[in-house]
Design a protein around this ligand. Structure first.
Ligand SMILES: Nc1ncnc2c1ncn2[C@@H]1O[C@H](COP(=O)(O)OP(=O)(O)O)[C@@H](O)[C@H]1O
Ligand SMILES: CC(=O)N[C@@H](CCC(=O)OP(=O)(O)O)C(=O)O
Length: 271
């Protein structure tokens, strides 16, 4: 970890990669190992499956367009509660088993994420998907204070708009925007696939490396959750982040292995 000592690393921890207790513990150990090695980790977490399970319990349906959850005011209440109240607190608890390191904050706190309404796009036409937000502005003040005092910021992807609305921001989008605002050397995205599949679902060949220009051309063809994920990686590297790496979060210690450059792990997005 020597090359990363003193550097900030944003880690996006996807909801699908946190469904298993052993994996969650391995992830927490990896983040703590980074901190001990003098790296400054920031965790941005998702929780899509956990939101879905809670909506199910309430008898509410989940629907997605362009990989984004259609968010009614009722859904937004659940999103905010599950991300900032449940998923985040569980993660903070795990990271704090050995010491008082992790501090949870929502994108609303300290105006970390200012959101603006985002539309989906179908056949080139904008489609209203409710209270879904894009990141209009990032205020890194609180995150930097926490990093400077040796803490691990754990951020949920809920943002507030200048219109006073609370918005559901895709967690990849939030992580990419935060990484760019912090000017990190690397953005790591842990998910539930080994990386970006070329010609998915026809092929399961993983793209090892891809440059920003090629990714931009590919973006309109991507579907499901990979769309917002790759868009976030692209925005991060275009915004000054050195590289983004998408790793298989289902493998224990994927974070440390990925950063150590274990061969064959994931997809690297380069500027
Ligand atoms: N080209 C592709 N390569 C890899 N995964 C893809 C691709 N296109 C769509 N996907 C889907 O994207 C999913 C990952 O995104 P998502 O479900 O949002 O995960 P996370 O919860 O980690 O953010 C994969 O499980 C896969 O089903
Ligand atoms: C707008 C939108 O889609 N928001 C996401 C936020 C959580 C998320 O992104 O979680 P994952 O990283 O686990 O997918 C949602 O409601 O599911």
């Amino acid at each position: 970890m020597e090359p990363l000592r003193g550097h900030t690393v944003v880690v996006k921890y996807g909801g699908h990669a946190m469904t298993d207790d052993t994996l969650r513990r391995a992830f927490a150990q990896d983040v703590l190992t980074l901190r001990r090695a003098g790296v400054r980790p920031v965790v941005v977490h998702g929780g899509g499956p956990q939101i879905g399970a809670h909506l199910d319990r309430l008898g509410l349906k989940s629907s997605f367009l362009n990989g984004l959850r259609v968010t009614t005011p009722e859904t937004m209440e659940v999103v905010r509660m599950v991300l900032s109240g449940k998923v985040q607190k569980e993660l903070v608890g795990l990271l704090n088993e050995d010491g008082p390191y992790a501090v949870g904050l929502s994108g609303e706190d300290g105006r970390t994420l200012t959101a603006v309404k985002r539309y989906a796009e179908v056949a080139g036409e904008p489609v209203d998907i409710g209270l879904v937000g894009d990141v209009a502005r990032v205020n890194t003040a609180v995150v930097r204070i926490l990093l400077d005092s040796g803490h691990i910021p754990v951020v949920s992807s809920v943002g507030r708009g200048e219109d006073g609305q609370v918005y559901n921001v895709n967690a990849d989008t939030a992580a990419g925007a935060l990484a760019a605002a912090l000017g990190t050397r690397i953005l790591v995205v842990l998910t539930d696939v080994p990386g970006l599949y070329a010609d998915w679902p026809e092929s399961d060949r993983i793209v090892d490396r891809i440059g920003a220009g090629e990714l931009e051309r590919l973006l309109p063809e991507l579907n499901g959750g990979m769309g917002p994920k790759m868009e976030a990686c692209l925005r991060a590297v275009r915004g000054g982040v050195g590289a983004a790496r998408v790793l298989d979060g289902r493998a224990p210690h994927a974070l440390l292995d990925g950063l150590a450059g274990v061969v064959g792990t994931g997809t690297t997005i380069e500027p």
